[in-house]
Ligand binder design. Structure first.
Ligand SMILES: [Zn+2]
Length: 429
């Protein structure tokens, strides 16, 4: 019989070992003080580091006696058979790719805690009546191949497999070739109708749990995300010889857009509530010279809420405002709205089971929304889905300083294990 300490060390080791892949130079980090603020984890889909972390994880799955399969978009599944039925799968997992210069827990936590949960259940001779599968989704972060949540989007039927495989990275390589090159272009055809529910455990990536000293977040909704790309075209000209009246200053119009996005978001928040946020996080000025009237500006606007209606109102109000700038500043405003992720509402039943599990573990919890996108939002369109959040130190993520304490990781894994225990029984009691 293994002690609790023992098994917690085993998961810790998996996370430390997997966290070395994508660090330059390759090295392990086991506590916060070892983090390098300039050098995080970089393992976009299809890179050598991505291959190494996949290989490491597949070996852990095989060691746990899971049957491993790879599908046509490179998603990896590790399966433990059910004792009573073959379908109605309890699926759990997350992703192993990372942003450029990110942390070792974003995604990896959800994968390795799921493997650990199965190891614990196996060791205690627990009889899972339904099959349990750990999934690793391809390309969650979109750090190599444009769109985010790619593997789950294909699995949920949101994107066609052929279209996804033809997407290119910045080197011009297709996803198909990249997966082939690292040995993860599979031929397994996964059908979601054999899956009953999905659980994703993830770091919160925000400050709420950490600041409030709460162990577990039970996610109710995942925000929808809309990206609006705007190009303002005016006329570049000499800053000394062009009279103020005769200018077509693209940056001046863009500056109005920046403040309008903030104003509109605050107004909608005040009048309609919910959690709307609007940000201009990208501004590229051409030609960007101190003595030149700016001729062109590109802006990137990020809009999020758990209520789609609020997002649509925000987009429409901002679009109308931007179009009015054309006559006022003598500029052209081109607006592109990229395909959005709709807000996802997670399963009430699964939330309740996570809550009951958290109580059984004697841990504090709160219900909350996720301001970041996750594969769970695609899965939620097809199967009952739940998410377990654990605290991020200082709320930091997508940064080399991303960290989560080992105690919080153990707590999250205990809740996940109990949740899977309940979900994998036919009567769910
Ligand atoms: Zn993630």
């Amino acid at each position: 019989m293994k002690t609790k300490d023992n098994i917690a060390t085993r998961l810790k080791k998996d996370l430390i070992m997997s966290g070395q892949y994508g660090r330059e130079p390759q090295r392990t980090v086991s506590n916060y003080s070892q983090l390098d603020p300039d050098k995080g984890v970089t393992r976009p889909t299809g890179t050598e580091a991505n291959k190494k972390v996949r290989d490491f994880c597949v070996q852990r799955m095989l060691d746990a006696n899971l049957e491993v399969k790879i599908d046509m978009i490179g998603n990896i599944y590790g399966r433990k058979e059910g004792s009573k039925i073959n379908d109605g799968i309890v699926m759990c997992g997350s992703h192993l790719d990372s942003v450029l210069n990110g942390g070792q827990f974003d995604g990896a936590l959800g994968v390795f805690s799921s493997i650990e949960a199965i190891r614990r259940l196996t060791e205690e001779h627990f009889e899972n009546e339904r099959p349990i599968e750990v999934v690793i989704f391809t390309g969650e972060e979109g750090s190599a191949f444009g769109s985010t949540l790619l593997g789950s989007a294909v699995l949920a039927g949101k994107i066609r497999i052929d279209d996804a495989l033809m997407q290119k990275n910045t080197n011009g390589q297709t996803l198909k070739n990249a997966l082939e090159a690292i040995g993860y272009l599979g031929n397994f055809k996964k059908q979601l109708d054999s899956v009953d529910c999905f659980i994703e455990t993830h770091i919160e990536q925000g400050p709420v749990l950490y600041n409030e000293g709460i162990s577990i977040g039970i996610v109710e909704n995942i925000v929808g995300i809309a990206w609006v790309t705007v190009t303002v075209t005016g006329q570049s000209n000499h800053a000394g010889t062009t009279p103020m009246k005769m200018r077509k200053d693209a940056l001046l119009a863009a500056a109005e857009i920046v403040t309008a996005v903030n104003r509109n978001a605050n107004e909608i928040l005040k009048t309609r509530g919910s959690g709307l946020v609007g940000t201009v996080g990208k501004l590229v000025v051409y030609p960007n010279g101190v003595n030149i009237v700016p001729g062109k500006v590109e802006l990137g606007i990020d809009i999020r809420d758990v209520l789609e209606e609020n997002m649509l109102i925000m987009i429409e109000r901002t679009r109308t405002f931007m179009k009015e700038l054309e006559s006022r500043y003598g500029v052209a405003v081109d607006i592109k709205i990229s395909p959005t992720h709709a807000p996802a509402h997670l399963s009430m039943d699964v939330m309740q089971i996570i809550e009951d599990s958290t109580r059984r573990c004697g841990l504090s919890f709160k219900r909350m929304n996720s301001g970041a996108g996750h594969d769970a939002q695609n899965m939620a369109t097809k199967v009952k889905t739940g998410m377990i959040f654990i605290p991020s130190v200082d709320g930091i993520s997508h940064s080399p300083l991303e960290w989560t304490t080992w105690d919080d990781i153990e707590n999250g894994t205990a809740v996940l294990t109990q949740t899977i225990r309940t979900l994998s029984k036919l009567d769910r009691k």
